[in-house]
Write a protein that binds this ligand. Structure first.
Ligand code: NAP
Length: 529
């Protein structure tokens, strides 16, 4: 039973200010109950509670925090089909996709539980003292990563489970020992409420204070700004549009005490088709491309929005196959009406650009009343793409542009001019990859992840994943928002010099009870000191 309340440190706060309802994008019907706009007072209450709970969470054993995440996985599952049904009503994402995404969210909880149980993630480093060193003795110096404090999380509309209330941001912050305050996404507030209740159940089972978590609703941007500006907020994790991300990034930077802002934003994810691959399998690559463009109605930040190849018969085969593939794609309902309208407006602007042609689109007409989007594949020349900036900006949805270059040198020049990207993909033979190594060298400076013979859609949450990239793909190119590396956004190194062993944090003590890997006098070891 949903209440529509803000959930602040376990307290139900009536959301009676500026009420709003979620919309079912398929039926255009409003969904019960009413939610409301959180106020600055509630933001303050949530952050005071988070700050108050910080010591309990950070001083809890790794086992207690790992148990919290295991309980959270169970509690998400315990929400059963009701969670999937509410998310389906609010987002129109198909049940199969939501079931898969729930699996990913649960997998992330377990992945971080395993990470902190093992313990090496905190990068302990120990330099033993040399009291007899001349001319000066060397002190005992030890360093470990410690949590920074309350973290504010903004999730995106397109991943209500895996990048939302219980997504990587929340889970990695809790794993590190940081309390979390979530700004619920206004497009799926009921889903946010259900998942928040799961977090409180998990906290209670783990014996941790309710203050470790709060969730506030809001659909005007004031509450997000209040949370980012609040003096007790120590970091922000944001996933969403470049517009929203940049606005929050500027608020974080303009505070009297600026804080780290980790924004994962949009990207056009260029795909480069090399001659050998086009000759060998143009139609097959086109099939995979249409799948990647239309998966999830194109609502992925890793959508391949621009494809480049060298002019010729093989590229024409690719364009023709992609156009045909687009025709077969049935229009589907987008996450919400606003996203659908932005998609329509974006592709309408493209359609007015001279030199840009439609290669193919869904044969069936989209139903505007049901916020449906048709797949649209455009084709042009590289000089038209380069001379129209709007073609190089993300239009969120199932559309993409194939651009024909005169030469590899022209493709390289385009690649050199790219802004930061989450992903870039190359399709080629192994010989192509060796011959066009210069392209890889350019893309290494542009993208967080480079994919060979695949597309960026479908992110594997694992230790080696990097989901980020140079601005504007992300606000800080060093950090990832997916995979175990995402925990490093919420910690900072603290160095202890000359401390007695029993007064050090447990991971730095001589005994190394957890058996974690540590750097002792510059050698990695699991041994005790
Ligand atoms: P969004 O409109 O930017 O919303 C994300 C969150 O930020 C929401 O909670 C939103 O609140 C808030 N927000 C947006 N603008 C704000 C502002 N000016 N001030 C304060 N808060 C603001 O993004 P979305 O529609 O949910 O998701 C689609 C976008 O996310 C696409 O551009 C997609 O590429 C990107 N995305 C990126 C990744 C990634 O990992 N890089 C992953 C998924 C999606 P309201 O709902 O109240 O507006």
């Amino acid at each position: 039973m949903l209440t529509g309340h803000h959930l602040i440190a376990g307290r139900e706060a009536a959301a009676d200010h500026a009420p709003f309802q979620a919309m079912n994008p398929t039926t255009n019907q409003k969904l019960e109950p009413f939610f409301g706009e959180a106020t600055a007072d509630l933001a303050d209450e949530a952050l005071q509670a988070a700050d108050g709970a910080f010591d309990s969470l950070r001083m809890a054993s790794a086992e207690t925090r790992a148990a919290l995440l295991d309980h959270l996985a169970d509690e998400i599952m315990a929400l059963g089909d009701a969670l999937l049904e509410r998310a389906h009503q609010e987002t129109a994402l198909p049940m199969a996709r939501l079931t898969g995404e729930r699996g990913r969210a649960i997998g992330q909880c377990k992945m971080f539980a395993a990470l902190i149980r093992e313990g090496s993630w905190a990068q302990m480093s120990i330099d033993l003292p040399l009291p007899d060193r001349v001319p000066a003795p060397k002190p005992d110096v030890r360093r470990v990563l410690l949590p920074i404090g309350p973290v504010v999380v903004f999730g995106a509309s397109n991943f209500p489970f895996a990048i939302g209330v219980v997504g990587t941001d929340t889970v990695s912050a809790l794993a590190s020992g940081c309390p979390v305050v979530v700004k619920a996404h206004q497009a799926h507030p009921g889903t946010c409420e259900m998942l928040s209740r799961a977090v409180f159940n998990a906290l209670r089972k783990a014996g941790l204070p309710d203050g470790c978590f709060s969730m506030l609703h809001g659909r005007c941007h004031d509450i997000g700004t209040e949370l980012v500006k609040h003096p007790l907020t120590q970091a922000v994790a944001f996933t969403g549009s470049l517009k929203g991300g940049r606005a929050m990034m500027d608020v974080a930077a303009a505070r009297p005490h600026p804080i780290p802002f980790y924004g994962e934003m949009g990207s056009i994810n260029p795909v480069f088709l090399l001659p050998g691959a086009l000759k060998e399998r143009a139609a097959k690559i086109a099939e995979g491309y249409i799948g990647a463009v239309t998966m999830g109605v194109g609502q992925f930040c890793t959508n391949p929005a621009v494809v480049l190849g060298i002019k010729g018969a093989d590229l024409n085969t690719f364009i023709h196959s992609a156009g045909e593939g687009a025709q077969k794609v049935a229009p589907q309902t987008m996450l919400h009406r606003g996203i659908c309208e932005t998609f329509e407006a974006g592709t309408a602007v493209w359609s007015t650009i001279e030199g840009l042609k439609l290669a193919g689109q869904s044969a069936a007409e989209p139903n505007n009343e049901a916020s449906q989007a048709a797949c649209r594949i455009f084709t042009t020349t590289l000089d038209v793409l380069e001379s129209n900036e709007e073609l190089q900006r993300e239009v969120f949805g199932p559309c993409s542009i194939v651009a024909a270059a005169d030469s590899l040198e022209e493709m390289l020049t385009f690649a050199r001019g790219l802004e930061g990207q989450l992903t870039a993909a190359i399709h080629g033979t192994t010989e192509d990859l060796r011959e066009y190594a210069a392209l890889v060298r350019v893309l290494e400076r542009k993208a967080g992840r480079i994919i060979f013979n695949g597309f960026g859609t479908g992110i594997e949450p694992c230790a080696s994943m990097h989901h980020g990239g140079p601005y504007p793909a992300a606000s800080h190119s060093f950090f990832t928002s997916i995979g175990t590396g995402s925990i490093y956004r919420f910690v900072r190194p603290v160095c202890y010099q000359g401390f007695p062993d029993d007064c050090l944090p447990a991971p730095l003590q001589n005994a190394n009870n957890a058996g974690a890997m540590r750097l002792v006098d510059s050698t990695l070891t699991r041994a005790a000191v």
